[in-house]
Ligand binder design. Structure first.
Ligand SMILES: *Cc1c(COP(=O)(O)O)cnc(C)c1O
Length: 389
């Protein structure tokens, strides 16, 4: 399998550790078998460590990251509630669209242009102009490769609008970018299994503060969803953590086994449990390796400043005179899969390289070198003139 496998360097699904895949290769197991209660309970405990949210409530659902948007909307919004979305790319538009489906009154706060992010002053002005029930921050927007400064924005919100729930879309960041959910005052951080958590696609993960959980459990408006109801799942998640059998809907048993295994690696990178992770530094270093190499090739990054470029992926423009689809094909012929652009109107002008989980943390696997080499050879094969030093 390894020989024929093309290296998957997209912003999720990422490359998976062999022991994570092996964890899924198990015989049929009851979702209430004692051994599985232990696995699921342990995984929930480890999620709290990874999110640095010791008193928050984890939820793990069968689904993808998008389902975590639905869960946020259905449990925490009532029709007409105002939501401010800090927009750094298309995922913010889509999350906003989802919130609107559940009756959210959504304001998109946009940056000056693609690759930029709204300034702190802009966010402060928006919060002063209107009372918002919720603010949504995409930590890493996968369409632009832009990183938001969640810590600083959350501190601002806590100061000027303390009742506003702070929601972080961490689908392309949790496990890769620095996040200290509880210390930063983030109410909901959500992610999906197939990105920096390093688990095959199929799990939506939410970490919900006690304040947000209370709002969801106290919510009296007519329910707008069934499967993702926190009221339904809260006792189930509590039972799993207590290693007691319970049932609302069947959890994806094998994926949760894989999650538990991957979380073991993530937690091991956190020396004192809830504090900083070595993985964050490893992703910073991996990101610099990729970005430095591409810039040395004469390519231009999509983020307008390095200091707001994500560390989990790199979005980079095609150089002038190089045909995008031809470049992606030439890279894939060299055994590496990267992703095209995603932002409407700009998609044909840039491509994206994901460098998360083992691709960032296991230099011995040489994923970054292999990818950089493939890009270089592909550019050469298309007659690209590299800058002379
Ligand atoms: C991938 C992604 C999503 C959507 O997750 P799916 O698992 O594809 O549904 C949402 N937000 C961000 C920032 C993402 O990168």
């Amino acid at each position: 399998m390894a020989g024929a496998h093309a290296l998957c360097m997209i912003p999720g699904p990422v490359e998976f550790d062999g022991d994570v895949l092996a964890a899924m290769s198990t015989p049929a197991t009851s979702h209430v078998a004692p051994a599985f209660l232990e696995t699921f309970g342990r995984a929930l405990e480890k999620l709290r460590v990874v999110f640095a949210a010791p008193s928050a409530q984890p939820f793990v659902f069968a689904g993808s990251g998008t389902l975590a948007w639905d869960a946020t909307a259905a449990n925490l919004l009532e029709p007409g509630d105002a939501v401010l979305v800090v927009n750094t790319g298309i995922f913010a538009d889509w999350f906003g669209e989802c919130l609107g489906v559940y009756g959210g009154d959504v304001t998109q706060l946009r940056s000056s242009g693609f690759g930029d992010r709204p300034a702190l002053g802009q966010i402060e002005e928006a919060l002063a102009a209107k009372s918002y029930k919720m603010i949504v921050i995409t930590q890493v927007d996968t369409s632009s490769g832009v990183l938001n400064d969640v810590k600083t924005i959350a501190a601002l919100v806590s100061r000027v609008s303390p009742d506003t729930l702070i929601v972080v879309d961490g689908v392309c960041s949790v496990g890769g970018e620095a996040l200290q959910q509880e210390a930063w005052g983030v109410d909901v951080a959500l992610t999906a299994s197939q990105k920096a958590l390093g688990v095959p696609p199929g799990l939506a993960v939410l970490m919900v503060s006690q304040r947000a959980l209370k709002r969801a459990l106290d919510r009296t408006a007519k329910p707008t969803a069934y499967f993702v109801s926190f009221k339904k799942w809260h006792p189930i998640m509590q039972k799993y953590e207590a290693r007691q059998p319970s049932y609302f809907a069947t959890p994806p048993v094998q994926l949760i086994m894989a999650l538990d295994t991957s979380l073991t690696h993530l937690v091991a990178a956190q020396a004192d449990g809830a504090a900083a992770s070595r993985r964050w530094e490893e992703h910073v270093a991996a990101s610099a390796t990729v970005k430095d190499a591409l810039e040395a090739f004469g390519l231009t990054l999509v983020p307008t400043h390095r200091d707001h470029a994500a560390h989990t992926l790199t979005a980079v423009y095609y150089p002038e005179g190089i045909d995008g689809p031809a470049l992606l094909k030439a890279i894939s012929e060299r055994g590496v899969v990267v992703a095209g652009g995603l932002f409407p109107g700009k998609a044909g002008t840039y491509f994206r390289i994901g460098h998360m989980n083992i691709s960032a943390t296991r230099p011995d696997l040489h994923h970054l070198e292999t990818t950089i080499k493939a890009v270089k050879e592909a550019l050469t094969s298309l007659g690209y003139a590299f800058p002379s030093k």
